[in-house]
Design a protein around this ligand. Structure first.
Ligand SMILES: [Zn+2]
Length: 183
């Protein structure tokens, strides 16, 4: 089931997501030695996987009344949940659970995207569950981020006025500062 080619493709997706560069099947890490794409260990090493968890949690950090809050990746033997709030609006709650999934009963109005997937943790184990949840998250993220060169900010929703996708927190702050200088 967990075929090796898929793992390599997913590992490539992950390593590019955290900012590493792939050229001709070689991965270039900042300040580290390079490696081949089939030497990436996100699928087999908790250390590698946890560095991605840290990256995701930092990516969605935001402040409320001077307190810094982070996105959260929670995982247990039977459940993986990723709460991701790039713009303080709890955009995504991605959850992997055991047992039958009834999408309607799990949908919550608080979340724009509430993705629930059935997942057999008994067969695949906790580490595999976390790995697959992270891959799903990255696919979602890559599809939903505004990539416009000059996005127009919508103040209330923090979406891009052109493409309606979200503008990540860091970019949003920079764009808001630029607009203030112009006035
Ligand atoms: Zn856009």
């Amino acid at each position: 089931m967990d075929n090796i080619e898929n793992n390599i493709e997913n590992n490539k997706l992950i390593t590019e997501f955290v900012g590493n560069i792939i050229r001709d099947n070689i991965v270039y890490f900042p300040m580290l030695q390079e490696c081949k794409v089939d030497e990436l260990e996100y699928d087999s090493s908790y250390d590698w996987l946890m560095s991605v968890v840290d990256f995701i949690e930092e990516l969605g950090s935001y402040s409320i009344m001077g307190k810094k809050l982070y996105s959260t990746v929670k995982f247990s033997r039977s459940n993986v949940e990723i709460y991701f709030s790039p713009n303080q609006d709890l955009q995504l709650h991605l959850q992997f659970i055991t047992g039958k999934v009834n999408k309607n009963t799990w949908r919550h109005t608080m979340y724009k995207h509430h993705i629930i997937k059935q997942f057999d943790f008994k067969t695949h184990g906790k580490q595999r569950g976390l790995y697959e949840a992270i891959v799903e998250f990255i696919k979602w993220y890559n599809k939903n981020e505004c990539l416009c060169k000059n996005p127009t900010i919508q103040k209330d929703t923090k979406q891009c006025g052109k493409c309606k996708l979200y503008i990540n927190r860091v970019k949003h702050i920079l764009l808001t500062q630029n607009n203030n200088h112009e006035k």
